[in-house]
Design a protein around this ligand. Structure first.
Ligand code: ZN
Length: 496
């Protein structure tokens, strides 16, 4: 069997005005078809598909695999060029029996609202209906009819933080090769849950829901069960959480999707990320001086397209007189450059953060000492989800604690950015991380009490405060929870 593997991934925050450019993809990664060593830390989905295909002794044709740190809509010519490269790689590889793509699912270009649907449609047009086309998705995908009509199987990671990418990639390969080897083409049932939000899976009730999905996949005739949470900051007509089930027949697909969606809809309000106001969080930290805290600055997460330089949370903590703060990675190339020019041990004045978005708040003016400099965050920087190197870092010590500033916009995926500059993250009374949920994988053994804190940025957790114009209503939290809607797509529909 001959299989083609490729992928283009980014997550688009449509509320971010700065476009995602070629520079962003190059800073993330563009591995062309002839790249010898594709970085598995950066492309775990692609690596998982390759691993499974090689183990099954398939003939593998590689295509481009590209990733950009989430940001605003992708510049149209950049998207078109990446897609053209992928399609050209596929054309060269044909004939193939199977096309497996490593996608995100919430990529929006300036003039293409549904990039993955667009890619899958072009792939389908090129290979015809006999070839099996499957795609691995991030659960933050915006699942569209166009994607469903053109792919035989869309299979998403189940965990958030995304700790199970490789496992799901191997399953995608296994299910699709089962179909390619003469199995039945499964039918898709989609339960539209009527709601949108972020649902980490590290605690109950979501951890139990992940177990339920796995158990459901073991039932007769069920191939794949994915909760597509949707990316809340992608203003898209088809946004919203959907339970996607692939089954041998419509009835079993319907039963599983209804059972799962009914279950999820009973507890989603408990499971959704609940963000405190910065002042509220600062008061909690001050009131319990014996305790160590970890504040997730969930609304300023570069992993969701935010600028990573917002000062709202830090300002609130400082205003409450809290010290022993360790914050990072604050995206601030200006302070970074100043720190490198001053050198280790020197003192200077810094205007921290507050420079890259109208949502960032004002810079925080401090006098600080450059305590350490580092070229990057070293091995282990990738945490659960992978991600490019942090680039240069600087540790600035000031009256309230330690600020780690960075040259690149990066999510705080693991404690490695602290250790890279010689700081012990366990010594801080209050860690502040620019991350929504992915930090939970690498900080799991920290005893700090976690507080999720939101602010009015491009990832405002209070979605009703953002200027959505394209989402289809009714949708919770904009409206009361609407009735469950279930619909199906039979592969035969798309073949006609
Ligand atoms: Zn995600």
């Amino acid at each position: 069997m001959k299989i083609f593997v490729g992928g283009i991934r980014t997550e688009t925050n449509t509320f971010v005005s700065r476009k995602t450019s070629e520079v962003d993809f190059r800073a993330g990664d563009i591995s062309l078809a002839n790249t010898q060593n594709v970085d598995p830390g950066l492309h775990p989905g692609y690596a998982g598909i390759m691993q499974a295909a090689i183990a099954a002794r398939c003939q593998v044709a590689r295509g481009i695999v590209a990733y950009a740190v989430p940001g605003g809509p992708v510049e149209q010519p950049v998207y078109e060029a990446l897609k053209a490269e992928l399609l050209e790689d596929l054309r060269r590889a044909m004939p193939v029996d199977m096309v497996l793509l490593d996608l995100h699912g919430a990529m929006v270009a300036e003039d293409t609202i549904d990039c993955e649907g667009d890619i899958l449609e072009d792939v389908r047009r090129m290979v015809g209906y006999e070839v099996i086309v499957g795609a691995l998705l991030d659960p933050h995908a915006v699942l569209t009819r166009r994607m469903l009509m053109t792919a035989n199987l869309l299979h998403a990671y189940k965990e958030y933080p995304h700790t199970d990418v490789i496992e799901r990639a191997v399953e995608l390969f296994d299910i699709c090769s089962g179909i390619a080897n003469g199995g039945r083409r499964p039918v898709a049932t989609i339960a539209n849950c009527g709601l949108i939000g972020g649902f980490p899976t590290v605690a109950q009730p979501m951890a139990g829901f992940v177990e339920w999905m796995k158990e459901a996949e073991g039932r007769q005739g069920i191939h794949s069960v994915s909760l597509i949470q949707s990316f809340p900051w992608c203003d898209h007509p088809e946004a919203g959480a959907k339970l996607l089930v692939y089954a041998d027949d419509l009835l079993s697909g319907y039963e599983i999707s209804k059972e799962g969606a009914d279950r999820f809809r009973t507890f989603f309000e408990v499971a959704v990320i609940h963000a405190l106001e910065p002042d509220e969080a600062a008061r909690i930290v001050r009131a319990d001086p014996e305790r160590r805290y970890l504040i997730a600055d969930v609304s300023d997460n570069p992993g969701g397209g935010a600028s990573g330089d917002a000062t709202h949370v830090l300002r609130a903590l400082v205003a409450q007189g809290i010290d022993g703060i360790g914050i990072g990675i604050l995206y601030d190339p200006v302070s970074l450059k100043a720190a490198w020019e001053l050198g280790v041990g020197a003192e200077g004045h810094f205007a921290l953060g507050g420079k890259h978005s109208s949502f960032s708040g004002d810079p925080l003016m401090v006098t600080g000492r450059v305590a350490a400099l580092a070229d990057d965050d070293g091995d282990g920087a990738r945490g659960a989800v992978g991600g490019p190197s942090s680039g240069q870092l600087a540790l600035i010590e000031t009256h309230f604690g330690s600020v780690i500033v960075g040259r690149e916009r990066r999510q705080a995926l693991s404690p490695s950015f602290f250790t890279a500059v010689g700081a012990d993250p366990r010594k801080f009374r209050c860690i502040v991380l620019k991350s929504s949920a992915h930090f939970r994988a690498s900080f799991a053994d920290f005893e700090n009490k976690i507080l999720e804190v939101g602010s009015p940025t491009a990832m405002n957790t209070n979605l009703t405060e953002l200027p959505f114009t394209r989402i289809e209503r009714p949708l919770w939290p904009f409206d009361p929870l609407p009735p469950l809607k279930i619909w199906t797509i039979d592969a035969k529909d798309s073949a006609s």
